[in-house]
Design a protein around this ligand. Structure first.
Ligand code: MN
Length: 128
């Protein structure tokens, strides 16, 4: 058993080229690739990912705050603490906070790195 106290989890700024606004990553997994990647992600109000997909899909568990998740078909779900969203393998989508609240979610993925589209989420997409 390995216990990591919260103060020993390192939070780092998310890579700016794939995000809009202020986003932080907290690495939670201790499992080497290609195992489970458990990542805490904190979004300041108005922050969001770029459009992307995950090779084996993604489970999002909303741990705090509120936000939204949208796919390429324009389907948008409002999420808040305690909600779970599953994006199937290869589904292009984005996730982020609302304009007026923070959001922290846990991201659970296997199968390797996020596949980023070279495409920001526009203010029009975000407002939908
Ligand atoms: Mn995702």
């Amino acid at each position: 058993m390995e216990h990591t106290a919260s103060e020993d989890i390192t939070w780092e700024p998310a890579p700016a080229q794939h995000f809009t606004g202020e986003v932080w990553f907290g690495a939670l997994s201790r499992v080497p690739e290609p195992g489970l990647n458990a990542l805490g992600v904190h979004f300041a109000p108005g922050a969001r990912t770029d459009w992307h997909s995950h090779p084996d899909g993604q489970v999002l568990y909303i741990a705090a705050g509120a936000g939204k998740v949208q796919n390429r078909d324009g389907e948008t779900v409002a999420v808040s603490a305690g909600d779970v969203v599953y994006s199937p393998a290869g589904e292009v989508h984005w996730h982020g906070s609302t304009t007026h609240t923070h959001m922290m979610h846990l991201s659970l993925t296997t199968g390797g790195a996020t596949e980023w589209l070279a495409e920001k989420v526009t203010d029009d997409d975000y407002a939908r």
